[in-house]
Design a protein around this ligand. Structure first.
Ligand code: ADP
Length: 192
């Protein structure tokens, strides 16, 4: 019988318990699952690709059939290159559906042999997104039940350094400790 390899592509900035829930579900139905971090030069991430990779490797170390990789370019090209036959994506709520459907149909157009498989996380993670985790952490909220321990630790380190800078040190916009300009914190305050 053919072994089925799937990729789980995303930004994972940072990885959350919702991502982990999906990885666990995916690892049960696919023979091999590759968590694939998109190296997207257009985005202004909180965590470097290397940091995200380390966090994902640590939180998936118990799953024997799960590995972590990075890629750029088209997801379908990457999938083909590593001989994956399916793309795993998560659907949390109806709001995810339209975008995910568009992407899945476009990917099918580009590569008809590749299937997109949608899975739903446990209900308790259905409100959880990397963006919300970043916002809660930046505003000093408790993120312990939202992310794995290793991610919580990294987030706290990042926020500690950011607060130190805000209380005296004068980082330049480029070298701001959380990897973003100061304005991102102000924008966050308006939203949450
Ligand atoms: P992207 O920028 O590709 O959306 P994300 O890291 O935000 O990257 O998400 C990667 C995938 O994980 C997407 O399919 C997204 O819907 C899914 N996902 C994100 N958060 C959750 C969650 N809490 N539960 C289930 N799936 C999730």
């Amino acid at each position: 019988m053919k072994r089925i390899k799937a990729i789980y592509p995303g930004s994972f900035d940072p990885p959350t318990n919702g991502h982990l829930d999906l990885i666990e579900r995916g690892s049960k139905i696919f023979d091999e699952l590759v968590v694939a971090i998109l190296r997207n030069p257009e985005k202004d991430p909180l965590f470097s690709v290397a940091d995200r990779r380390k966090m994902l490797e640590a939180m998936t170390s118990d799953f024997e059939n799960v590995s972590v990789d990075t890629f750029d370019g088209l997801t379908v090209d990457y999938a083909l290159r590593i001989e994956a036959r399916a793309i795993l994506r998560g659907i949390r709520a109806v709001s995810d559906y339209e975008y995910e459907l568009q992407m899945a149909l476009m990917n099918r157009k580009l590569q008809p042999g590749l299937e997109t498989v949608f899975m739903m996380p446990a209900e308790k993670y259905s409100y959880l997104s990397s963006r919300l985790v970043r916002e809660v952490a930046q505003l000093g909220g408790n993120i312990d039940c939202l992310v794995p321990e290793v991610v919580g630790q990294k987030l706290r380190e990042k926020m500690d350094v950011a607060h130190k800078f805000e209380n005296g040190a004068q980082p330049t916009e480029k070298t701001h400790s959380d990897g973003r300009g100061k304005s991102s914190r102000k924008e966050t305050k308006k939203r949450l």
